[in-house]
Design a protein around this ligand. Structure first.
Ligand code: PEP
Ligand code: MG
Length: 566
């Protein structure tokens, strides 16, 4: 039995599927050219058919534009230049095929990366990807292919990248990873996909073997490998009880989120793609409080065009039928990379060139996104927010660019909505402390506690060794949240929260007391939150929040809340 962090609720019992990327060393040997060329040609054919297979399987679930990455890889694998360079090296230097492949790949990557042109920089990523597969095929090593899984499985991995999660199909019943925290992107994706996940489960990859039976308890953050028949029975019971509770909550799907003393709040959902809209509506979401648009960029092999983005934003706005939709502009950097964009190495990527900082520097990327959003605004009730705002000046710059693009579109005769609210994420302590000034210019705030806690506690959200510092109940965090909400209300603006704290059982009462107007969470948490809100009195929660703010530690706050609500 291994302990980890429960990141996406649920219980799964299935077979282990280990996701391990092969590691190898390339050694140079002297070889017979004719044999090596034949070996190379076979491996190249296999590489092409592997990619075709992945593309075919992915086509069943992904939109055509999301398949573009596979076309780029096929083009690279079929590039005569690549093959002829490798074959020449095998023939001239009399070396083994994998050595020649490695040398040529390194040269091509270096060449593409040195070019001052985004298109060619993107090709470097393609060369790496395709030649890695080629080398594995030459060495007889298998690259696991998540999209080919065809029996119920729990994926066990060191970590899951966004492209791994994009390959998960209906047989993936959940996953457990060595690293990661509640708010890492694998956890966010698991919530979107509504599958259970345990992350930060150190040692799980080594402990598991393919084909083992595994119990994944993502209610308590436990992974049990090779369980006994009794354990399986126990957890089947636990799973049934959980499903029953989930079913019972459905009666609240169309209910309003009103406290016993008549105070109404909005319970919204966080989404990563337009496909997630149904999940939010089926779970009674009253709006979208956070659309993380970076997934649109991460699941593509190029910067999504204005039209591609327009279609995605329109789909979400139409899907939500006039309910409020808060779209966050590109939040890339930190742990979120793009296969086609080279980030310079940084000592501290989470403190570096990312999100609004990158967008204000690379304005053409930002303008394209804003134009797509403004064009889509006529299809629903659009709010736009900027991530990682630290200074009022950054907000002003972002807003000014938005205004410019809006004016331009109007001048071009494009119809735009009369009102588009422009707000910001409050996820940097500096913004929380200065909230009253920001509120004079921003239409709304959405508190990103995942980052707000990371930056306030100086504790990397990806590092499970410091995950104890993820303390939403710490009075320091509660005070920053209070400053933010009070700042907004002073100027007649609304304040929401889209970090993971917004859906936490013991946080909802305190946040209600602090006056939070909108709570945005993963779809599966909405009904439980609604049950809580409808059983609480706003007035009483104000008293609770006041007491909570006076406490010294997170444990004290938690004890206080538990006593009040249980
Ligand atoms: C946050 O930081 O709380 C947030 C909602 O954004 P993300 O998790 O995408 O960084
Ligand atoms: Mg954030």
């Amino acid at each position: 039995m291994l302990k980890g962090i429960a990141a996406s609720a649920g219980i799964a019992i299935a077979k282990v599927y280990k996701l391990e990327t092969p590691s190898f060393e390339i050694v140079k040997t002297e070889a017979t050219p004719a044999e090596e060329v034949a070996k190379f040609n076979d491996a190249l054919e296999k590489t092409k058919s592997d990619i075709e297979g992945i593309k075919e399987r992915a086509a069943k679930r992904l939109a055509p534009e999301e398949l573009a990455v596979f076309d780029a890889h096929l083009m690279m694998a079929g590039d005569p230049e690549l093959a002829s360079q490798i074959i020449s090296m095998i023939e001239n230097d009399k070396v083994n095929a994998e050595f020649a492949t490695n040398e040529v790949a390194n040269m091509m990557v270096a060449m593409f990366e040195s070019m001052d042109n985004e298109y060619f920089k993107e090709r470097a990523a393609d060369v790496k990807d395709v030649t890695f597969r080629l080398k594995c095929n030459l060495l007889g090593l298998t690259i696991p292919d998540l999209s080919a899984i065809n029996e119920d499985s729990v994926i066990i991995a060191h970590d899951l990248t966004p492209s791994d999660t994009a390959q998960l199909n209906e047989y993936a019943k959940g996953f457990a990873t060595n690293i990661g925290g509640k708010t890492s992107h694998s956890a966010i994706m698991a919530n979107s996909l509504e599958i259970p996940a345990v992350v930060g489960c150190s040692g799980v990859l080594d402990a598991a073997s393919n084909g083992d039976t595994v119990i994944l308890d993502a209610l308590d953050g436990v992974v049990i490998l090779n369980p006994t028949a009794e354990e399986i029975k126990e957890y089947e019971g636990k799973r049934a009880a959980y499903m029953e509770e989930k079913e019972a909550l459905k009666v609240l799907k169309d209910a309003k989120s009103i406290t016993t003393d008549g105070h109404e709040v909005e319970l919204a959902g966080n989404i990563g793609t337009p496909d997630d809209v149904d999940g939010v509506l089926n779970n009674g979401g009253e709006g979208i409080g956070l659309y993380r648009t970076e997934f649109l960029y991460m699941h593509s092999d190029h910067f999504p065009t204005e039209d591609e983005q327009f279609e995605a934003y329109k789909a979400v706005l139409e899907g939500m039928g006039g309910r409020r939709v808060v779209v966050r502009t590109l939040d890339i950097g930190g742990d979120k990379k793009l296969p086609y964009f080279t980030f310079d190495p940084e000592m501290n990527p989470f403190l570096g060139y990312r999100a609004i900082r990158l967008c204000l520097d690379r304005k053409e990327i930002f303008r394209t996104q804003l134009r797509a959003l403004i064009r889509a605004s006529v299809y629903g009730r659009l709010c736009i927010m900027f991530p990682m705002i630290a200074t009022v000046d950054e907000f002003r710059q972002g807003k000014a660019i938005f205004e410019e693009e809006r004016e331009k579109l109007i001048a071009e005769g494009v119809k735009v909505a009369d009102k588009i609210e422009v707000g910001m994420m409050v996820e940097i302590p500096a913004a929380a402390v200065n909230a009253d000034n920001f509120a004079k210019e921003a239409d709304f705030f959405s508190i990103g506690t995942n980052d707000l806690i990371q930056y306030s506690m100086a504790a990397d959200r990806m590092n499970e060794k410091v995950s104890y510092l993820y303390q939403p109940y710490n009075p320091s965090i509660l005070r920053l949240i209070k400053m933010t909400i009070d700042g907004a209300h002073k100027e007649g603006k609304w304040a929401g929260m889209c970090g993971a704290m917004a859906g936490e059982e013991y946080a909802v009462p305190v946040l209600l007391g602090l006056g939070l107007d909108e709570f945005s969470m993963s779809a599966t948490q909405i009904l439980k939150a609604r049950k809580m809100v409808t059983n609480l009195s706003k007035k009483e929660m104000e008293g609770l929040a006041e007491e909570a703010l006076k406490q010294a530690t997170a444990e004290d706050v938690l004890a206080l809340v538990k006593k009040a609500v249980e």
